[in-house]
Design a protein around this ligand. Structure first.
Ligand SMILES: C[S@@+](CC[C@H](N)C(=O)[O-])C[C@H]1O[C@@H](n2cnc3c(N)ncnc32)[C@H](O)[C@@H]1O
Length: 411
C-alpha cells in the first residue's frame, strides 16, 4: 500500500473513500457500501461527453489530470487503442494493457474481440499499480456491457489479494477469454513477461511529466522483447521524447488517431507494415535534430519520476549546441526555409551556427533535410518516419563534425 500511496494514482479523497468502503466490506461482509458508493460519492466521478465516467488524479506539481479525456472516456478506448490495431481474429490474440485503471481499454478490446472473433482465444494481461483505482472500476456504472466481464476479473483478483471479500459480480468470463490482473508497478511486471508474445500493448499512463517512468527508453526496450514482430503499441501522446524513445528502442513509429486532442497519438511496431501513417514532417525534424528528441531514461527500471525528469533536463542541456540543435524557438523546423521575420531569423541562425549550419538555406541545411524531400503521409517499407529520422540524425552528426562529403544542391 505504501508504494501505491506515493505513486501517481487517483485523487487522495476518493482514494481514502474507496479504501474505507472495501475495509468495511472485509470487516462486515456487507456489500452495501460497494453498491451505494457511486450514488453516495458521485461528485468524485467525472462525467465525460459520451456518458461514461472518469476520475481525477492526485495533485502532482499543482496539476490534476483526469484518467480519460473529457471528450469521452470509453470512446477514447475504442478510437485510440482498438481502431489502430490490425488483429487477425482467426488466430489467438494477446493484449498487454498497461495502466489498466478502470479497465476501459481492456473492455473495449474484449467487446471488439467478441464481435469479430472466430473460434479463437483472447488473453488480456491488465497491469495497474493501484488496488483502489481498480476497485473504482467496480464502483462506476459500466459504460459498455463487456466492462462487466472486466469487473469480474478485477473482483477475483481483489478478493485474491484480500482487498475485496465478496464475490458479487454476476457476469462470467467467457471460456475463450482469459484475463490476468497484475496489481503492481508495470516496470516490474514487464520484466517477468514472456518474449515475443503480445499482439498489442496499450500504454495509457498519466502524462509524461507526471509519469515519465512509463515512457522511458528502458521500459520500451522491454516492450521490444515481449511484443510480436507484427504487434502494435498504442499510446495517446504525441510527445517527441516518447516517439524518440520508441525509435531508439528499435521500433517504427507512426501517427495514431486524433481524438479529444489537437494531435494524433503514437503507434509503434517492430514492423513498418503495421503502421500506415507517418508522423507529421515537423515532428520528425524536431525529434531527429533538436534536444526535445532526447528520451526519458530509467536505468534499472526503478527510478522515481523526479529523478528521471531532472536527469533528462541535464542531458538536454549538455546536448544543446553539441550533438543537437537547440529546441528554442523550434529552430530545426526553419531549416531550408526562407525567413522574413528578421528577429526570429537571427535567433534561429544563432542556434544553427553553433552546429556548423551557417543559415537556414545553406547547403548544410539542405543536406540534413534531404530525405524530407520524399516525405509522404502514407508510410511504406522504405519511406517511413523511422528511416527519415535516423537519416537526419546521421547527417546532423556529420555536419557538426565537418566530415560529410556529398552536399546536395539548393532546390
Ligand atoms: C490515465 S490512467 C489509465 C486509465 C485506464 N487505461 C482505463 O482504461 O481506465 C493511468 C493509470 O496508471 C496507473 N499507474 C500509475 N503508475 C503506474 C505504474 N508504475 N504501473 C502501473 N500502473 C500505474 C494509475 O494508477 C492510473 O490508474
Amino acid at each position: 500500500m505504501s508504494y501505491e500511496k506515493n505513486a501517481r494514482v487517483i485523487n487522495d479523497d476518493i482514494f481514502d473513500l474507496v479504501n474505507s468502503c472495501f475495509e468495511s466490506e472485509r470487516s462486515n461482509g456487507n456489500i452495501n457500501p460497494r453498491l451505494n458508493f457511486f450514488d453516495d460519492y458521485k461528485k468524485y466521478f467525472v462525467l465525460t461527453d459520451d456518458g461514461s465516467y472518469s476520475i481525477n488524479s492526485k495533485e502532482i506539481n499543482h496539476k490534476i489530470e483526469t484518467l480519460h479525456t473529457s471528450t469521452g472516456a470509453i470512446s477514447e478506448s475504442f478510437e485510440k487503442f482498438i481502431k489502430p490495431m490490425k488483429f487477425n481474429y482467426n488466430e489467438n490474440i494477446a493484449i498487454l494493457d498497461i495502466c489498466a485503471g478502470l479497465g476501459y481499454n481492456s473492455s473495449a478490446a474484449i467487446a471488439d474481440f467478441i464481435k469479430n472473433s472466430n473460434n479463437s482465444n483472447l488473453q488480456v494481461d491488465m497491469v495497474e499499480i493501484s488496488k483502489a483505482t481498480l476497485a473504482c472500476g467496480l464502483l462506476v456504472p459500466s459504460p459498455i456491457k463487456e466492462h462487466d466481464i472486466t469487473k469480474k476479473a478485477i473482483e477475483k483478483q481483489l478478493i485474491k489479494e484480500n482487498y475485496a471479500s465478496i464475490n458479487y459480480e454476476k457476469q462470467e468470463i467467457p471460456k475463450n477469454i482469459n484475463i490476468n490482473v497484475y496489481i503492481e508497478d508495470a516496470r516490474q511486471t514487464i520484466q517477468n513477461l514472456k518474449d515475443n508474445y503480445y499482439d498489442a500493448i496499450f500504454l495509457d499512463p498519466f502524462s509524461q511529466n507526471m509519469a515519465p517512468e512509463l515512457f522511458s527508453l528502458d521500459f520500451f526496450k522491454e516492450f521490444k522483447r515481449v511484443i510480436k514482430d507484427t504487434g502494435i503499441i498504442a499510446t495517446y501522446t504525441s510527445s517527441a521524447p516518447v516517439r524518440a524513445g520508441f525509435i531508439e528502442a528499435g521500433f517504427h513509429v507512426g501517427q495514431g488517431p486524433i481524438f479529444g486532442r489537437k494531435q494524433g497519438g503514437t503507434l509503434a511496431s517492430p514492423n513498418p507494415k503495421m503502421l500506415d501513417k507517418s508522423l507529421p514532417k515537423n515532428d520528425e525534424i524536431r525529434i531527429a535534430l533538436s534536444d526535445v528528441g532526447i528520451p526519458f531514461r530509467d536505468h534499472g527500471l526503478n527510478n522515481n519520476s523526479d529523478v528521471i525528469l531532472d536527469k533528462r533536463t541535464e542531458v538536454r542541456h549538455n546536448a544543446r549546441h553539441n550533438t543537437k540543435i537547440s529546441s528554442a524557438v523550434k529552430t530545426p523546423i526553419f531549416l531550408t526555409k526562407k525567413m522574413d521575420d528578421e528577429k526570429l531569423k537571427r535567433r534561429v541562425e544563432r542556434n544553427l551556427v553553433k552546429m556548423n549550419i551557417p543559415s537556414t538555406t545553406s547547403k548544410e541545411a539542405f543536406y540534413i533535410l534531404e530525405c524530407e524531400k520524399n516525405y509522404q503521409e502514407k508510410q511504406d517499407l522504405k519511406n517511413n518516419s523511422r528511416n527519415r529520422i535516423l537519416d537526419m540524425i546521421k547527417k546532423l552528426e556529420k555536419v557538426k563534425n565537418g566530415n560529410y562529403e556529398i552536399i546536395s544542391s539548393e532546390e
